[in-house]
Write a protein that binds this ligand. Structure first.
Ligand SMILES: [Zn+2]
Length: 292
């Protein structure tokens, strides 16, 4: 475990990093000149000015809350056919070994929460056993937003969708539904007296942010509401992967304002070390103090 919010211990389970995106291709509103004054704190971990790349690790967050083990987002998974996405294709990562390194076996996970159902957030929902995709965490209840699930299903059935969308639904989402492991929720969902899943649409139709409150301290797992700390000062910059870029920016601004008002720890899905931080606001400009 690498940190805590109140008496909830938090660990990080790393899958692998996406290194192929430049800020130019990832953020349509990217402005090379505007980020020059931010290079002192962005470089080298969060932005490489020579190549223009934005490193994006893909990790799960593991929570130990009220005697239960919760996993937030499940990365890319192994052996998945993703020929259109070379960095996610037929991986053989040591994700489960890293989970063991924290002292947990897949059977020990009680809840799997997905901020949304994109390809890099659902992969370890399942693993390949005798040629079939089966739930990786046999004793877990998987909790998804109904709006997100219905939208993923519609997209998977659309013949015009990219092949990886259909494949993701078939190998990483539907098998856990078919196995009776999924609970879908509408609106706001509360869990274990310390966790609230709250709609935060824009990056995807039913994206949620997951708020944790323990002993007066707050943390918020925000999935892909931000992909990089560049989006703290430039909260208007949504990504090419966002379903609705303007709505994503609105939800991002709401999130940052919440973090400032509540002094909540921001815990995103793709920030390089130190992975988390607290948001500050000064003269209408947001900034981040990294660390727990
Ligand atoms: Zn993601």
């Amino acid at each position: 475990m690498i940190g805590a919010v109140g008496n909830v211990e938090i660990g990080r389970v790393f899958d692998s990093s996406l290194l192929g995106f430049t800020a130019q291709m990832w953020f349509p509103l990217f402005d090379r000149e505007a980020i020059r004054v931010h290079e002192s704190w962005l470089c080298p971990n969060h932005w490489d000015p020579e190549t223009g790349r934005v490193p994006m690790p893909v990790h799960s967050w593991l929570l130990r809350a009220g005697g239960k083990n919760l996993l937030i987002d499940t990365c890319m998974g192994n052996h998945k056919e993703r020929p259109q996405l070379p960095e996610m294709h037929k991986l053989t990562n040591r994700y489960l070994d890293r989970l063991s390194g924290i002292g947990l076996h897949p059977k020990d996970i009680d809840f799997v929460l997905c901020t949304h159902l994109h390809v890099d957030h659902v992969g370890w929902n399942t693993y390949l056993e005798n040629g079939r995709w089966v739930p990786t965490f046999p004793n877990a209840k998987y909790i998804f937003s109904r709006a997100e699930y219905e939208a993923a299903k519609v997209e998977a059935l659309d013949p015009n969708s990219p092949a990886f969308i259909k494949a993701t639904f078939e190998d990483s989402i539907f098998p856990v539904v078919d196995a009776g492991k999924v609970e879908l929720f509408d609106g706001i969902h509360e869990l274990l007296d310390c966790i609230t899943l709250r709609p935060a649409p824009g990056h995807s139709v039913g994206h949620v942010r997951i708020e944790l409150k323990s002993q007066g301290q707050l943390g918020v797992f925000c999935g892909d509401m931000l992909h990089s700390p560049i989006q703290v000062p430039f909260w208007q910059w949504s990504s090419v992967a966002c379903w609705d870029q303007e709505m994503a920016a609105e939800s991002r601004r709401d999130l940052l304002e919440y973090c400032v008002a509540e002094n909540a720890l921001l815990i995103p899905g793709h920030f390089e070390a130190p992975h988390v931080g607290r948001i500050r606001a000064k003269q209408d400009q947001f900034s981040i103090d990294f660390g727990w």
